[in-house]
Write a protein that binds this ligand. Sequence first.
Ligand code: PEP
Length: 246
Amino acid sequence: MPSSLVIANWKMHGDRAFAEAFFSALDLTGVAADVAICPPFPYLSLVAGRVEQAGFGQLALGAQSVCAEEGGAFTGEVSADMLVDCGVRYVIVGHSERRSLYGETSELVARKFAAVKKAGLVPVLCVGETLEEREAGRTLEVISGQLQAVADCLGVEAWRGAVVAYEPVWAIGTGKTAAPEQAQEVHRFIRERLGEAGGDTPLLYGGSVKSGNAEALFTQQDIDGALVGGASLDAKEFVSICRAAG
Ligand code: PEP
């Protein structure tokens, strides 16, 4: 059975003072779930230090994106090895904001996923459908295609040591959460699509998760945790979600 995992995605929010205040309020005593914080790139080292000082064994550092290339003349990009050097453990790839706002295709996402694995880090692959795709009855087809791009690049072994986050695009930052049963149906489908590795791969739900809806989501059989955007900017709210996960 996969371990529970809750990941905070701060997106392009916060500054040094925010990070300091967040860690002053972060108390994970008694939380059994693994927890990761993904700050913006400039604050990785600061947060790495705070993660270490906090002394919670289950707490790790994550990054919100990565370059698919190993290094070289790629202005503005950050390589997987640089993330290793900064103490990162988890790397989000394929977030819907990267796909829709920055034109990241499933093929590029798969190359990023491969770069993360090659560096020995844990990729957190985001998949999910838009409202239009859901209403057209294409949810599973879309998710299947997003997963297949990674399997085409790395084979079925891709999923060992990886995390998959189901994030319906219509639920991200909108306050609309998928009903727990609706999310469970997609999680079950993803678990089956991952083949043998599926049973050990943490499957996270993302999309307007907050303390008020976390428990109902986490009681679903195939929901192992959450990728949290907006609610992760409030340390107490985030800790409540972590507690609901285990
Ligand atoms: C996200 O950005 O991955 C996310 C799920 O955001 P929110 O929790 O704000 O919907």
